[in-house]
Design a protein around this ligand. Structure first.
Ligand SMILES: Cc1ncc(COP(=O)(O)O)c(C=O)c1O
Length: 398
């Protein structure tokens, strides 16, 4: 592990560990120490490390053909799109390489719709606390001023409103004339694993319907089995017009997608958008392996049972139930808000061989892979409780 400055731009506060290999829910560092993976590369390796189906698909495809170009038909892209269509009911897909790019495509779709309607300055409603990515468009849509700060001028055309308040949208008054879409994460991930209220989401669906706005769901983090269904909109029984995903779609291979239906599916034509790598054969082979595994295997059912075992172990091992203010999320997107300072939690987890994360400043974010065993889930839940217990004891001693 390098101590001296490296040739890498220091955009990340990196933890002092380098991983050499992974198997299921376990990562091994370069000294072969095992760590229980409660993070899945931030909701990416949903099927665990070295998943046999994904590994086989990727290695076979790498040996056959990695990349051609979107100048040509790509059979595996068609196949991945068909699987997504079957899983979501969306009509067509634009493939890219990341979550931010999927959001960029959605922003372009929405703006194009506005121009079709003779709206010269189309606006998208976005929520405080939201995270949509780091490119300038996605950053402009992101509702966290700390992340946006220092990168102006950002893009115009976003109306930021508080989450869970339909009245805040109505209060926009005359500005609503230029609105073409609402973009939301059904569960705000980076914001601290905060699910939007179900009735609010239903209200947004109705509002979009009434005004002919696009309801756009950013399922970059919630999607691909993480919450116990292929996409969380299925559990919510709310059908967006545009849906974005990435992260778990390739189980570690970089692939994102912007899916659309209805009017939104007809907005972009040849030359309107593109990506050199987007949906190349290698990444599509990974996505097909992921989507067929989620479809054919029972692994997605693990989201509920792993969550249950983990949280039971957490509650059993916590010395005082008041130390946990709230547990949020769905399936294996778990937010645990403790009543202790969170700044040491990630480091302490690492020291005890547990990979966890803090999101939204005050919330322990746990994103285990679906393949985590009950025993591992119990260990992770108890381990998190012990870290909270230790910090509380230390705080009380001060
Ligand atoms: C909801 C959501 N949207 C978009 C992004 C951006 O994805 P990427 O880092 O792949 O660009 C993220 C990443 O954390 C996310 O959680």
């Amino acid at each position: 592990m390098p101590n001296a400055p490296t040739a890498i731009m220091p955009t990340y506060g990196r933890l002092p560990v380098t991983f050499a290999r992974g198997e299921g829910a376990i990562l091994y560092d370069t000294a072969d120490r095992a760590y229980l993976d409660g993070l899945s590369g931030i909701a990416v390796t949903n099927l665990g490390h070295n998943h046999p189906r994904v590994t086989a698909a990727v290695t076979e495809q790498a040996a056959r053909l990695v990349h051609t170009s979107n100048l040509f038909h790509i059979g595996l892209q068609e196949e991945a799109a068909d699987l997504l269509r079957q899983a979501t009911g969306m009509e067509n897909m634009f493939f890219c390489n990341s979550g931010a790019e999927a959001n960029e495509a959605a922003i372009k779709l929405a703006r194009r719709l506005g121009h079709h309607r003779q709206i010269a300055r189309p606006h998208i409603i976005v929520l405080d606390g939201a995270f949509h990515g780091r490119t300038i468009g996605a950053l402009s849509a992101t509702g966290n001023p700390k992340i946006r700060e220092g990168f102006g001028p950002l893009l115009d055309g976003f109306l930021h409103v508080p989450a869970n308040e339909l009245s805040a949208i109505h209060a926009l008054g005359d500005a609503l004339a230029d609105v073409v879409a609402v973009l939301v994460e059904p569960i705000q991930g980076e914001g601290g694993v905060r699910p939007l209220d179900h009735h609010y989401l239903q209200g947004l669906r109705d509002l979009c319907q009434q005004n002919q706005w696009l309801l756009m769901f950013d399922e970059v983090q919630t999607g691909n089995g993480r919450c116990g269904s292929t996409y969380v909109c299925e559990q919510l029984e709310i059908k967006p017009d545009v849906m974005l995903t990435a992260k778990g779609l390739g189980n570690g291979l970089p692939i994102g997608v912007c899916m659309a239906r209805g009017e939104a599916a007809q907005l972009l034509g040849p030359g309107d958008h593109g990506s050199t790598y987007g949906g190349n054969p290698l990444c599509c082979a990974a996505a097909i392996a992921v989507l067929t595994t989620l479809r054919d295997d029972t692994v997605m059912q693990r989201a509920r049972s792993v969550r249950e075992v983990l949280l039971t172990a957490l509650h059993e091992a916590i010395t005082d139930s008041d130390l946990i203010a709230e547990v949020r999320g769905r399936g294996l997107m778990i937010g645990i808000q403790p009543r202790v300072a969170t700044k040491e939690i990630v480091q302490r987890g690492l020291e005890s061989g547990l990979l966890i994360n803090v999101a939204g400043g005050d919330t322990i974010r746990v994103l285990p892979p679906l393949v985590m065993t009950d025993e591992q889930a119990g260990e992770l839940g108890a381990g998190i409780a012990n870290i909270i217990n230790d910090i509380a004891e230390q705080e009380n001693a001060l």
